[in-house]
Write a new protein. Sequence first.
Length: 227
Amino acid sequence: MPFGAGEALRRRETSNALGRAARSGLLSDVASHRGFDRCSTALRTWTPAGHRAIWLVLELRQSANRRPEGVKADWGGGFVVRFSILVGVVLAIVASRWASGLAIGSATVTAWIGLGILWSGIALRLWSFQTLGRYFTFTVETSRDQPVIAKGPYRVIRHPGYAGVLVAVIGLGVVIGNWLSLIGLTVAVACGLVFRIRVEERALLRELGSDYQSYADTHKRLVPYIW
């Protein structure tokens, strides 16, 4: 084979090899990107759903707690909280579909951050369950022999259980990954919790009197140093 023809053949083979490598790298990048999208989708759907299911089981277990001697004074507070959660969830879903341009950021990053916030709220709520023990019920119940608890998370605020709900809901809003969904969900649930707190404190002041008033005078309700 003449020298010039051999050189041309080698150049052509080199060019073909480089082309194959480039195409292979491009396909690899596309596959990697698709894999990243699938991972992000899984984090936003199946993974959060599993965490919500675990939270629901923990809540259902605590809801079985009853106080036979307790006097119920719920005044619809439980219904208002449940309704506010329903409204918040509907708002969050609608906002995520109709305001997709208000995405918080990277799907995977926001999902992991949201799950961290969600479990921080759940942990605070479980701590509140453990601290109050038999006195933590899902309906507002009071009794004359009920002590004023000022230990655990109750050293900081008066209603850490409700604060845990609010933090967990913020985490869910971050997982959804839409600013409008986050705001709508948080505001709706916060309104329900404020109403429930008002109902609960009215009952506690009536039954526990000056002991609870003294505690309330030195501890904020839901957010340290603010309210």
